[in-house]
Structure formats: structure tokens, C-alpha cells
Design a protein around this ligand. Structure first.
Ligand code: CTP
Ligand code: CA
Length: 227
């Protein structure tokens, strides 16, 4: 019922969200991933639909139902997420990157399951290679006057400092910081909005309420930039 009465601040806007972890295969039965639940990204997708936006959700492997009214594209690897997101980005009014993209992937994918060697030989050593930075590539490829990019930063310490560093490195106008790992996978969190001017805290709340507050803030930024 509350959802129904949310103001339609994003009516007519297109919004793309990345969410969840990525999974980087080592062989057909195992790989590298992380503990991202996807909950914050899915909450933003739901809140964006409530706000009247046309929403595309590009999700890594998560166990969450698709919010009503959302177009969902499922991917596994960082490269697949990159390939899904980059062509769609220039048409968006807002891109929100909440995905915990695996920073590295195994340099080689073995076509068959790697077997333990007989006779106690050494464990395999995997070479890793860095994945592309999806958010940085999006922000470099869109018109910043058309597409507003929002990044997330999950940190275990020095939140404001790391968030500000990411704001500059990825050249986005807004980074949303949160401190973990205690909040990862939970239904609640607190967020720190970091932009070129300063910082604003969205105090501890459930993730859907935080998502609504974040989108209200972003809608205001867009309205100010393009009245
Ligand atoms: N991100 C991305 N593609 C990547 C890595 C990160 O799009 N390959 C995005 C995340 O979705 C998030 C933001 O960039 O919005 C920050 O992610 P984070 O992992 O905190 O930053 P990194 O640049 O990977 O730095 P590090 O993990 O070393 O702190
Ligand atoms: Ca990272």
C-alpha cells in the first residue's frame, strides 16, 4: 500500500541497476565469487519502479525474486555484465552500480573439471587477471548531461576517504558508501552519500527505505542539473 503512494519522481526516466556478485569460473564445477546478496540493488530496482521509472536490472547469481515491473537480465561473469550494460548505458537517465563485481578472474578457464593428482602432488596455482571496471567504462562512455552515474563502495574502514577516492577514480558524480561486513546480506544498512561537495548520511534503516531516500536524492540532483 505504501509502495502505491510513493511520489512518481522518476516518471518517464530510464534507470539501469547492476546487482549481486559475479561468478568467475575456474572449471565447469567451481569458480570465484563473493558474498554479495544483491538485496540493496534489488531494493533500488523496486523503489525505482514505485517512483515511475522504466527499470533494467542486470543481476549476477543471486537468490532473489524479480521486483514487479522490472526487466531483469541475468549474467554470471563480470565480462557478461560488462557486455550487457555497456550498450544500454547511453539510453539511460540513471545508472546505479551496486554489483560486487569480482575484481579478478582466472586467466584460463579449464574445459574439464580439474582433478586432484595422485601421490599428494602440489595443489594447483591459479593465475588471475583483472576484470574490466564496468562503472568506470559506463561513466567514460555516456554523456554526463544525459546519464547520471551512481557508484557504491562497500568498505571495512575509512569509508569517506575510500568513497571519495572512488568518486574521482571512476569519474562519477555520486558514490554511496556503506560499511561492512556486518551489513552484507542483511535487510538493513546505513549509507553515506559522497559527492564533490561533501557528505550526507542516510541513517540506519531497512534497505527499501534507504533505496527510496537515495532515489529521492538522485531525482533532486537531476532536477537541479536539468530543470
Ligand atoms: N565496479 C564495477 N566494475 C568493477 C569493479 C567495481 O562496475 N570491475 C563498481 C561497483 O559496482 C561499485 C563501484 O564500482 O559501484 C566500486 O566498487 P568497489 O569494488 O568498491 O571498487 P574497486 O574499484 O573494485 O576497488 P576495491 O575493490 O579495490 O576497493
Ligand atoms: Ca572491487
Amino acid at each position: 500500500l505504501i509502495a502505491h503512494f510513493q511520489p512518481k519522481r522518476l516518471a518517464g526516466k530510464k534507470l539501469l541497476i547492476t546487482a549481486g556478485p559475479t561468478f568467475e569460473p575456474i572449471d565447469p564445477v567451481r569458480g570465484i565469487t563473493n558474498l554479495s546478496s544483491g538485496k540493496m540493488g534489488f531494493a533500488i530496482a523496486r523503489a525505482a519502479v514505485e517512483a515511475g521509472a522504466e527499470v533494467t536490472l542486470v543481476a549476477g547469481p543471486v537468490h532473489l525474486p524479480t521486483p514487479r515491473g522490472v526487466r531483469r537480465l541475468d549474467v554470471q561473469t563480470a565480462q557478461q555484465m560488462f557486455d550487457a550494460v555497456l550498450p544500454l548505458a547511453p539510453q539511460q537517465d540513471i545508472v546505479v552500480a551496486t554489483a560486487a563485481v569480482a575484481d579478478w578472474r582466472p586467466a584460463q578457464m579449464n574445459a574439464h573439471k580439474i582433478k586432484k593428482k595422485d601421490g599428494g602432488k602440489a595443489a594447483p596455482v591459479f593465475e588471475l587477471t583483472e576484470n574490466p571496471d564496468i562503472l568506470a567504462a559506463v561513466s567514460a562512455s555516456v554523456d554526463p548531461a544525459k546519464t547520471f552515474c551512481v557508484g557504491f563502495a562497500a568498505e571495512s574502514q575509512d569509508l569517506a576517504k575510500h568513497a571519495r577516492e572512488k568518486l574521482e577514480r571512476k569519474r562519477v558524480p555520486l558514490i554511496v558508501g556503506n560499511l561492512g561486513p556486518v551489513t552484507f546480506g542483511r535487510d538493513d544498512n546505513a549509507l553515506l552519500l559522497v559527492d564533490a561537495q561533501g557528505e550526507r548520511e542516510l541513517p540506519h534503516n531497512d534497505k527499501l527505505s534507504l533505496a527510496r531516500e537515495l532515489l529521492r536524492d538522485v531525482a533532486e540532483r537531476i532536477a537541479k542539473a536539468r530543470p
